[in-house]
Every structure is written in structure tokens, then in C-alpha cells.
Write a protein that binds this ligand. Sequence first.
Ligand code: GUN
Length: 302
Amino acid sequence: MSGARIIDGKALAAQVQEKVAAAVARLRLEHDLAPGLAVVLVGDDPASRVYVRNKGKRTTEAGMKSFEYRLPADTSEAALLERIRLLNESPDVHGILVQLPLPKQINPARVIDAIDPDKDVDGFHVINAGRLAVGQPGLVPCTPLGCVLLAKQARESLEGLEAVIIGRSNIVGKPLAQLLLKENCTVTIAHSRTRDLPAVARRADVLVAAVGRPELVRGDWIKPGATVIDVGINRVETEGGKAKLVGDVAFEEAKEVAGAITPVPGGVGPMTIAMLLVNTVQAACRQRGIDLPRELADLAGG
Ligand code: GUN
């Protein structure tokens, strides 16, 4: 029996994208506002190039302005900081995203903290992390926002549920814990040093894997009927020598046990870009002192 419902992240992302497009059309008409997103890529990491291209494409498809800056791999930190300073000052740019990872000579924390927090659509700035932690309005990281919407596809309400997040990164694990707390879950953040990780995972009604370890989470780590959200995107070689993408969850085993599960690819991945668009609209509205369009009221974080 393959019991789990497969949560279709691609379809949900398309719905979000449609709502963003409708919201943007109204902002242009009623407020003469075209939200603009600047994406900065330093170097030529092939995966990053694909992500950046997709972000630009989705941004323009939603009716927003897309600004792309491709800087050489040997760009100095000072040159990147100067680019960010210009983007912070530009009235046409409402959101700024510097694609990670950055080349070795550049300190990512210094770069992230140079971005105007109100334009930080990744939600990585320490000010936005703080705002999320204390419940003040801010910009919330895109992947955790997507995870919560995906979990809500499977369960009307997350209230009172046991949520276990495997992974404690600043980008996913920690902000997701804050969001799930806001949904009134009981939250555990587990990690590589957690004692008896399978037993901790088995407590979860909502299990999120965000560790970057291919197929770490096995079928017998999952409580029957649980909602499983797989954030991992790992490139592995098949026996035939071909590359394929797998998550942090052993999908074939897990889908026999879970109640609902996100696939890789086609789960969390598409939602991250969709939520980036929502964050850009939210940033643009705040900068202009406009209420968030009603289309996005249930989607935006912070
Ligand atoms: N690299 C991989 N994922 C992300 C992301 O969400 N934001 C940024 N800026 N870089 C990334």
C-alpha cells in the first residue's frame, strides 16, 4: 500500500504565483507601484546560475521588475558592498537578494547585514531574525514560509501538533521553529548531535527534514499518518552513473508510512521562489506605506 498523499508543491507554487500576479496588477493600477527585485550573483556556480535565472523569470512573469547583477568570481567584498549600497538607495528596487554561497574572499554575514532590512526579502538579516523571534513585523525567510503552507495543505490546522525539525540552520531550521510556534505547534529542533534521532523523529505529527543528508530519514523514523516536509535537495549518482535529485527523506519508504509527504523535486523547491515573490510585494507595500493586497493576506509572513 502506498498510503501517503503527495503534496504537490509545484501546483501550490503556481497558485501563489497567480495570486502575486493579481496583486501586482492591482498595485500597478491603483498605486502606480511595480515591485522590483534585484538578484546579485557572484561567480558562476552552475546551481546558483539556474536558481537566479528561475528567480528572474518568475519575477517578470508575475508582472514585477527584475534586476540581475552578475559579478565575476574574483569580485572583492568592498565592490559587492558598494553594489548593495546602490541597491539600498534605489527607489525602483524593493527587494535585494544576494545568492549564496559566496566566493571565499567574501564574508556572507557582512554582506547580508549590509542589506537594508526592509529590502531583505531573504529574511536573513539579523534584524529580521530578531523581529521574527519577538513577533514584530518583518521579512521572513522564504523556505520556512513555504514549508508552513505545504504542511497546511495536509492539515487544516497545525494547532497543538508535535513538530520536529531536523536541522538548525539560520536559513531554515531556526526560522521555521519560530513560524511553527506561531501556529501553536510544540516544536523540537533536532540535529546531528541529537541522541536517538529516529526516536525523536517518531514523535512528530509534522516532521521537517532540512539537513542536506541524502535519504537520512527512513520509513521507520516516521509516525504513521505524519505530515512529512522534505527540504533537502541532494544531487546523487544512480547506479547507472546518472545524476538525480533526492531529498533528506527516503521517499519510497516514507510514503508507505506518512499521511502526506512532499516529493523532491516538486515539493519545497518551487515554493521557495513563490514565497520570494510574496516577500517582494510585501517589502514594496511597506516601503510605500500601502496595505498588503488582500490576495496575499493569508500567504505573507511577519
Ligand atoms: N542559495 C540557496 N538557497 C538560497 C536562498 O534561499 N537565498 C539565497 N540568497 N541564496 C540561496
